[in-house]
Design a protein around this ligand. Structure first.
Ligand code: IPM
Ligand code: MN
Length: 365
């Protein structure tokens, strides 16, 4: 298969981790006889620095002419504490999601047996956790009208959803549940918000076409509690934009590091793959960032194009690295391995999986 992949490394550790994901994709191309063509473009604070725009038109064009986008991270502290900043790096990511129509964000949460001790949560609680969050990504409070009164003392952000916006992601979430353990949980705040009541009505109606999927509802405050009390109860969680943002960071604690969580953002014509972690600017270029979330995002890219065996090869290689302790310091503070070594190990394992004896800790030290 020939794929054109746009690379948007972005800010902070984005470039560090995207480089490792590219190594894995290149290894897949070599091992399975595919051709992946990569084209890099600017986004975020680096794009503002070079062009004044967090999402230059040229970047959008590169994304549009590619089959998929591999995204790094976005954000720079110099914009975070400046309430008057007119342009912000995050606007680049939001505009990209909107312009490419990426309305569904898929975030798998898993407790890896080999990392079970790394989580701050008790292992009896998280053991066996395996759920996926379907987060709506192009609507809700993120994109509603924003207002600030003239004297700057009153502000508002509108949260708005239409039936059509809810329907299209709900179908994808029901289908996902069908291919998993047949359970879908809608997370909302229907006891308070009108938009949440609309979500319940639309999702309940759609549920009638998926009688084999058990549908239940949780208020988001309770969901936040249940995710760390009893994460094993979840299969697919469906939720709106901001709730999904919040509970997916919470979910990352289960796996032991936010550096492990991958995501896919899909729409009708395009797809983008990105780690859920932020730009972690303190670690930029220090060879300590965990590349696994980015590499697993590349695996989701392969799955998206139905390259199942290839995606499995990447995931197996990642699991092998975790098993062998070839991990970055976020997972083992005494680790001797950095971003690059972990990336090399995984790429190497993809290429030589049949001979695991060649790939061991000693060889890459
Ligand atoms: C995420 C991030 C983004 C979001 C930010 C960077 C705008 O936190 O992808 O979860 O809030 O969606
Ligand atoms: Mn987030």
């Amino acid at each position: 298969m020939k794929l054109n992949i746009a690379l948007l490394p972005g800010d902070g550790i984005g470039p560090d981790v995207v480089e490792q994901a590219v190594k894995s994709l290149q290894a897949v191309a070599d091992a399975f006889g595919h051709t992946f063509h990569f084209e890099e473009a600017l986004v975020g604070a680096v794009a503002i620095d070079k062009t004044g725009d967090p999402l230059p038109e040229e970047t959008l064009e590169v994304c549009r002419r590619s089959h998929a986008v591999l995204f790094g991270a976005i954000g720079d502290p110099k914009y975070d504490n400046d309430p008057k900043a007119k342009v912000r790096p995050e606007q680049g990511l939001l505009k990209l999601r909107k312009s490419l129509g990426l309305f569904t964000n898929i975030r798998p949460v898993k407790a890896y047996p080999t990392l079970i001790e790394k989580s701050p949560l008790k292992k009896e609680i998280i053991s066996g956790t395996d759920f996926t969050i379907y987060r709506e990504l192009t609507g809700g409070i993120y994109f509603g009208e924003k207002k600030l009164s003239e004297n700057g003392t009153v502000a508002s952000d509108l949260c708005e959803y239409s039936e059509a916006e809810i329907e299209r992601i709900a179908h994808l979430a029901f289908k996902a549940a069908r291919s998993r353990r047949n359970k879908l949980t809608l997370v909302d705040k229907a006891n308070v918000l009108e938009t949440s009541r609309l979500w319940r009505r639309v999702v309940t109606a759609i549920g009638k076409s998926y009688p084999d999927v058990e549908l239940d509802f949780l208020f988001v405050d309770n969901a936040a509690m249940q995710i760390i009390l009893n994460p094993g109860q979840f299969d697919v969680i469906l939720t709106e934009n901001m709730f999904g943002d919040i509970i997916s960071d919470e979910g990352s604690v289960i796996g032991g590091s936010i550096g492990l969580l991958a995501s896919a953002s899909v729409g009708s014509d395009n797809a983008m793959f990105e780690p859920i972690h932020g730009s972690y600017p303190q670690a930029k270029g220090k060879d300590i960032a965990n590349p696994v979330a980015s590499i697993l995002s590349a695996a989701m890219l392969l799955e998206h194009f139905n390259l199942k065996e290839e995606a499995e090869a990447v995931k197996n290689a990642v699991e092998k690295s975790l098993e062998k302790g070839v991990v970055t310091p976020d997972l083992d503070k005494d680790s001797k391995f950095g971003t690059n070594k972990v990336g090399d190990f995984i790429a190497d394992f993809i290429l030589h999986a049949e001979d695991t004896t060649q790939v061991n800790k000693e060889n890459i030290e």
